[in-house]
Design a protein around this ligand. Structure first.
Ligand SMILES: [Zn+2]
Length: 405
């Protein structure tokens, strides 16, 4: 997965290993787009999953008329009630976490959700079961979902944004971030900070780029959907040439145009950073899929050559095959102590890196286990047996701490 920008790498890791993902960034950084791309990278549901997904749909009166073929993607609004999110009512009804069973639960504006509902996610994240107790009745619903969450870096959304100043007092930033509790965050393996996209990512490759207008009025005329107020356009992540020169290119952005995701529009920069052997023409995912399990190593190596949607899907699928061959159907996100010792022994430099991080960042024991799971997935994406120091370093980078204000 060399040459992949951090956001896409995080997405591939989440999809391959079933890891929870938190995206932190200002409005327009592509958080929602990234989260919504997650289901398309996941492997198709197993027969067992399809039966479970169908049962849930039937229970809420939305039987698809056969076995469900797609994983659900649920994106409840932050005003959703506790019962709506977790389940409840009389008679007890399943909540969003059950409707997301076998698929993805996307919580945008994470800190805006009810605190008690967020806390109630902790148990299902570990057990895959939602327990609804009411008036002496106790009902269990399936709730094995993959969590994708997004939040702004601060209440106004522009902390760390070079173009729009953040006016939030540090105490408010602190309070905002504290609404998402440490114990819940500890259960989210991947945390990525995103920057707003810049023009290179917004203009598809191969098309001559128009000069960047400075005047807000000119910018409005450039807008494909004219009439938007200038401040809103700033908020959607456009940068001026001066901004670009000053800010340089930071990792962790994704093309704001959904189609560009598949075209690999941000592959320009990736190509420059790729070692020469990775510049070979991309093999399409269909070719990699057709190669079957026996050639999964090859599929993975081919997939590493590109960062477009097809290449990511091929890499994810090859990594999943490695997991299944090693440990059965359970993805790396669900590996426990003994399995981690067996399949993710940290040795040498990898061990040192993690120990340093424990000292410097005060990582909990749970956080270290989480790092090992992510490092295992990175190694699987690389087609590598042992977890290397580079995998450990990348796992640490994919757990970007939410810096104190
Ligand atoms: Zn702010």
């Amino acid at each position: 997965m060399r040459g992949c920008d951090e956001a896409k790498l995080a997405l591939a890791v989440a999809a391959a290993g079933g890891h929870g993902l938190l995206l932190v960034g200002p409005p327009g950084a592509g958080k929602s787009l990234l989260a919504r791309a997650l289901p398309s990278l996941l492997p198709p549901p197993s027969l067992e999953d399809r039966i479970a997904i169908t049962c849930v749909l039937s229970a809420i009166g939305r039987w698809p008329g056969g076995l469900a073929t797609e994983r659900p993607f649920r994106a409840p609004h932050h005003t959703t009630s506790y019962a709506g999110l977790v389940g409840g009512g009389s008679p007890p009804a399943p909540g969003e976490i059950t409707l997301a069973h076998g698929g993805v639960l996307f919580l945008d504006e994470l800190p805006e959700f009810r605190r008690d509902a967020l806390e109630a996610l902790r148990q299902p994240l570990e057990t895959g079961v939602a327990v609804v107790a009411r008036a002496g009745r106790r009902v269990e619903f399936p709730a094995r979902f993959q969590l994708a969450a997004a939040m702004n870096p601060c209440p106004c959304g522009h902390r760390g944004d070079e173009r729009v100043p953040c006016r939030c007092p540090p105490a408010r930033v602190e309070a905002y971030r504290r609404r998402v509790s440490g114990p819940l965050l500890d259960r989210v393996d991947l945390r990525v900070e995103l920057r707003p996209p810049d023009l290179d990512d917004l203009v598809p490759r191969g098309r001559p780029r128009a000069p960047v207008p400075r005047d807000p009025a000119d910018r409005a005329s450039e807008d494909p959907a004219p009439g938007g107020p200038a401040p809103a356009r700033r908020a959607t992540g456009h940068r001026t040439a001066d901004d670009r020169a000053a800010g340089g290119r930071a990792p962790g952005r994704l093309a704001a145009d959904p189609a560009a995701f598949d075209r690999g529009a941000s592959g320009n920069r990736a190509a420059q950073h790729r070692p020469p052997e990775h510049r070979a023409p991309e093999h399409r995912a269909s070719a990699s899929r057709a190669s079957g399990r026996g050639a999964s190593g090859n599929a993975g190596r081919r997939a590493r050559g590109g960062t477009g949607g097809d290449a990511l899907r091929a890499a994810v699928s090859a990594a999943r095959e490695r997991m299944v061959a090693r440990q059965g159907e359970r993805p790396n996100a669900l590996l426990e102590g003994g399995e981690l010792d067996r399949w993710v022994p940290l040795r040498g430099r990898a061990r040192q890196l993690v120990q340093e991080a424990v000292r410097r960042r005060g990582l909990s024991a749970r956080a270290v286990q989480s790092l090992r799971r992510v490092a295992r997935t990175l190694a699987d994406l690389d087609g590598s047996g042992p977890v290397s120091a580079e995998h450990a370093a990348r796992a640490l980078a994919l757990r970007a701490p939410l810096e104190p204000p």
